[in-house]
Design a protein around this ligand. Structure first.
Ligand SMILES: CC(C)(COP(=O)(O)OP(=O)(O)OC[C@H]1O[C@@H](n2cnc3c(N)ncnc32)[C@H](O)[C@@H]1OP(=O)(O)O)[C@@H](O)C(=O)NCCC(=O)NCCS
Length: 138
């Protein structure tokens, strides 16, 4: 059953400006431990690819915060929600700490998709409740 949906549209020019103003502190505030490594690797190769990565992650975290209904309020924090890619390229949400406990206590699973063009990044998240195993069904 669907628990919640969330969407977000992010202006990459604003991310570029914030990064220029605040430097890496901004990326370190938004990205989790695995994401920051991907960001740095992509940025080293092509600056704009790194910024697009930061923008899609920023967008997906906001979309996830809407899908769970908390917005950016505890236990939802930027760094506790990572959007990482499987070897196939498909993005998946990996949660940490108190947010991970909050999420699994409710038996939730999340699905995320992201996209970007020159100036915009967008994402969409669906959170659903896990179906009960047959033996637990009433
Ligand atoms: C939901 C949130 C994550 C997104 O807000 P935003 O990016 O400012 O605005 P958006 O246009 O993307 O989204 C706003 C919409 O989200 C929805 N929304 C707000 N709170 C929500 C919640 N708790 N759950 C689900 N949806 C929510 C509303 O529909 C709102 O639009 P409305 O008021 O016209 O109905 C916001 O609550 C928030 O906490 N933002 C934090 C942003 C921040 O910290 N920025 C600093 C960057 S370092």
């Amino acid at each position: 059953m669907i628990y919640g949906i969330g969407t977000d549209l992010c202006d990459i020019r604003r991310i570029t400006a914030t990064l220029a103003r605040k430097g890496d502190r901004f990326a370190e505030k938004v990205l989790g431990p695995s994401e920051i490594q991907v960001f740095r690797a992509r940025r080293t190769r092509v600056e704009s690819r790194g910024i697009s990565y930061l923008a899609t992650r920023f967008s997906a975290k906001e979309a996830f915060s809407k899908a769970i209904g908390l917005g950016m309020h505890m236990p939802m924090t930027w760094r506790a929600c990572e959007i990482l890619n499987l070897p196939s390229g498909k993005p998946e949400i990996r949660l940490h700490g108190e947010l991970a406990r909050w999420f699994s206590a409710r038996g939730l699973v999340a699905h995320v998709t992201v996209t970007d063009e020159a100036d915009h990044a967008a994402s969409f998240v669906v959170v659903e409740t896990q179906p009960l195993p047959p033996e637990a069904a009433p």
